[in-house]
Design a protein around this ligand. Sequence first.
Ligand SMILES: *Cc1c(COP(=O)(O)O)cnc(C)c1O
Length: 385
Amino acid sequence: MSVYFRANDFANANVAGMHGYVPGQQPQDEGWVKLNTNENPYAPSPKVVEAIIAELQEAGAKLRLYPNPTSYPLRVAVAGHHGLEPAHVLMGNGADDVLNLLLRVFAAPVASNWGAVSGGMDGAVALGAGMTVPSYSLYSTLARAQGTNLKEVAFDASMRLPLEGIVNSGARLFLLTNPNAPTGVAFSPEQIEALLQGFKGILVLDETYAPFATTNAVGLLERYPNLVIVRSFSKAYALAGMRLGYALASSEIIDLLDRVRDSYNLDRLAQAAGLAAITDQPYYTERIKQIRQNRRAAENDYDRRGWFTYPSEANFHFTRPQTPSGLYGAEVAARCFEFLKKERVLVRAFPAHPLTRNFLRISVGSESEMARLAEVLDAWEQSEG
Ligand SMILES: *Cc1c(COP(=O)(O)O)cnc(C)c1O
């Protein structure tokens, strides 16, 4: 290795200058109460396992063959679940794959490749992507990888929808998480509709957590051709390990996304698993009911400790640890995080932002996981005297 060569010098400038997304910790050893990445505490439908085994019959003979390129049978089932046509559905290798495609298609790299914007945009749409802060930080990583501009619209501590800020963002593509992450706060379909009446770009609603909420915006798709809804199988369907997500949108938008999609982005096992899951709604309805019950119990537990918690419509809480003497803040949150971790209870901290650093995001786990959490939090409170 004597030839001088630095690959970084050859990389696109935006990539050379960026950091990759940092996912939540995924410990590979046993014994953790894992409440840091909002996975489902319950197993997927037993029909999912049956479908995967069926796909592996005859010593895996089917694995020789490429999967269905557009995941067609799965798209039919997803469309049916939402009362739509398959032409309105695009499958992704996780919701993250879909988000990546959206940036690729609608957020041009700076100073090049701007398509002509026609009809009713009033010249107001100039930038690439937009997002609220705080929200899912993958959005900004994807924007950097794409080399596009990113407009950030700040929440205030109320975490209410910054409607004016989004309308005036000038973004071609705005990414909004609903229910929001990391707060769990949900915006009503009426608020989303008001936003769609003002915002002239493409609104991407990341509804990864919508199955845990009481409302969603699917009903708005018919009237707002600039709306894209993104869903995931990772949380509500307990399939984070299979990598399945999808977009719901006009057939025109789906067609654009399809042009840049990897032709075989969902493997055979993922397609079989997704199909079994989406067609077993009775199983998931029961599990989600249980998760909502656990969510209410967790909220009561944080209340009892005097912790401020945002009202959550998701499968996690954004809560502010407080000592028995009433102290809170970034140091208190950090001490609580470390105490939990030492006891092998993993939650998520966001120390980088003033609106998030006093808080912890704690997933809603199973009854026994939440009991263990409460026990360790009792011990932490005692240690804080
Ligand atoms: C977990 C999460 C995703 C990722 O979904 P995958 O299907 O696992 O890629 C997307 N958006 C938000 C807001 C999430 O919390």
